[in-house]
Design a binder for this molecule. Structure first.
Ligand code: ZN
Ligand code: ZN
Length: 398
């Protein structure tokens, strides 16, 4: 590993910030204290700060030389609405809120890079440090873009990073093309006609209709989608009825659809709607169809991924970089930024949990687990990656 010496020198300062943020988790668009901590640190290091992009977002701007070139480095700041079970000193002070996805670590790694870049300035151009709110379902990346992030602060490319439990500590994993899925929800209500259960012929049974619809939907991935593409359609809730002797008025089907291309999502939504409407019509029922698109698929751009991969290899060694990792069906709102700008999103291994010995909670340390904790060993690794990425992207020519 070729970690940057000064970053190793101030690692404990960054770790202190990380643990302070961990102890004070804040949810979607409520990251007021976190944003304050970030802005104060940046200001203290002489970095100009813009507040209020995407409500609680913070943008740090480090300029050097006279090149008009610019790069964006992004970290997310929000926590999750869940109870932390860890008992160590930096456990959450806020009941029902927890940094169980490691966004405290993402924020700290980018702060570490910011401090070094501001002090050493070995690049020509502008580094934008994007601290976004509300990744966990709130679309904070999109909110910052809607507030003019890319128009007011033009940058050529954006880069993101997520810690990843299960991958060895300090190893990187990435792949060009689709890396994370698009997530979407559907809410479908079938309206029939209530009746006495002993007189079904006097009603229109919404339960039978809903079952037919749910079953027929399972032909979409198997019969309409290309077998070479991945997609998931899961009905996760069926609600109807209140008594053994009543045929209810309506039934509701709820669930999720995941895929790696917008075309696939278009196909699935269209087929779901057609099947729902025509099946309902066949049973004299009516249907109300709602399909909510959450995050688009996260697609890494080939050139920027190749560039980032070389930087990762230089930092941790080629044997610790998986350049063609398996995509995940999880979703991530950095996908919005990659629709607008070229760039690359990478996973940084959080290890198998050995960092959680001494006083840390028991159990596995998967993301969104109540015993999860970000691995502080990664702070200098992630910060070094950010620094080398920016320095190489904005290389001095003279
Ligand atoms: Zn998460
Ligand atoms: Zn996350």
């Amino acid at each position: 590993m070729k970690l940057i010496d000064p970053i190793l020198q101030f690692q404990s300062e960054i770790q202190e910030i990380r643990r302070d943020i961990h102890a004070h988790p804040e949810l979607c668009y409520e990251e007021h204290r976190t944003a304050e901590v970030v802005a104060n640190q940046l200001t203290q290091w002489g970095i100009p700060v813009v507040r209020g992009l995407g409500k609680t977002g913070v943008l740090g701007i480090i300029r050097n030389g006279d090149s008009p070139r610019a790069i964006g480095l992004r970290a997310d700041m929000d926590a999750l609405p869940m109870q932390e079970l860890n008992t160590f000193a930096h456990t959450s002070r806020h009941a029902g809120k927890m940094h169980a996805c490691g966004h405290d670590g993402h924020t700290a790694m980018l702060l570490g890079a910011a401090k070094y870049l501001a002090q050493h300035r070995d690049f020509d151009g502008t580094v934008y440090l994007i601290f976004q709110p509300a990744e966990e379902g709130g679309g904070g990346a999109r909110a910052m873009m809607q507030d003019g992030l890319f128009e007011q602060y033009p940058m050529e490319a954006v880069f993101g990073m997520h810690n990843w439990p299960g991958i060895a500590s300090g190893h990187f994993a990435v792949t060009p093309g689709p890396m994370m899925a698009s997530s979407n929800e559907f809410y479908v209500t079938v309206r029939g006609k209530g009746a006495h259960a002993a007189q079904p012929h006097k009603g229109i049974d919404p339960i039978m209709t809903a079952i037919q619809i749910a079953q027929s939907w399972q032909t979409i991935v198997s019969r309409n989608a290309s077998p070479l593409e991945s997609a998931v359609l899961s009905v996760t809730q069926i609600h109807s009825g209140s008594a053994t002797n009543v045929i209810p008025d309506e039934a509701t089907l709820i669930g999720t659809v995941r895929a790696f291309s917008t075309e696939m999502i278009d196909l699935i939504e269209r087929r779901m709607q057609t099947i729902a409407q025509h099946t309902a019509a066949a049973f004299d029922a009516e249907v109300e169809f709602s399909f909510k698109r959450n995050y688009p698929p996260l697609i890494n751009h080939a050139a920027e991924t190749a560039f980032a991969t070389e930087v990762m290899r230089a930092v941790v060694g080629a044997d610790k970089v998986d350049a063609h990792t398996e995509p995940t069906m999880g979703a991530e709102d950095f996908a919005f930024m990659l629709q607008a700008k070229p760039g690359c999103y990478v996973f940084l291994g959080n290890g198998e949990g050995s960092h959680r010995d001494a006083g840390h909670g028991l159990g596995p340390c998967n993301l969104h687990n109540p015993s999860y904790d970000f691995n502080d060993e990664l702070l200098p690794v992630g910060a070094t990656y950010w620094v080398r990425l920016a320095e190489n992207y904005l290389k001095k020519t003279a």
